[in-house]
Design a protein around this ligand. Structure first.
Ligand code: CO
Length: 131
């Protein structure tokens, strides 16, 4: 019984300084791989987090802010806080009628300046600058 136990025990043991060196190298390699994976993951997260959501409030027949600067990939939400219905309408997109409390969200793509109005009150003007 004693001999059996001894044989089984030594089978899993690390033998000599070379064994320890090999184990250390293996651990270092794993650590390096783990760091590389963590780096790759955080780079992806930063790109995802880079897209922002902006809010334009519509109140007192005006857009706040009237001029909004965003980056391509960002989203903009227009929210109507007036009792009167409004829209945010540009050449390429249209919120449609927004009653009080309603909102509409647009994902911005190309770069440039987009001017928009409210179709019910064309004096209401806003601008989105995409950089
Ligand atoms: Co309006």
């Amino acid at each position: 019984m004693r001999a059996l136990a001894s044989t089984a025990g030594s089978g899993g043991r690390i033998r000599g300084p070379l064994g320890w060196a090999a184990l250390l190298l293996a651990l270092l390699a794993l650590h390096t791989l783990w760091l590389a994976a963590a780096d790759a993951h955080s780079a992806t997260a930063k790109e995802t987090d880079g897209a922002r959501t902006h809010v334009v409030e519509i109140r007192q027949f005006k857009y706040f802010p009237a001029t909004l600067e965003v980056k391509a990939g960002d989203t903009i939400t227009w929210k109507n806080l007036d009792a009167a219905p409004h829209t945010a309408t540009a050449k390429g997109w249209d919120s449609g009628r927004l009653n009080r409390g309603q909102s509409w969200t647009l994902k911005v793509t190309g770069k440039g300046t987009i001017e928009y109005i409210c179709v019910y009150h064309p004096a209401m003007k806003g601008k989105v600058v995409v950089k």
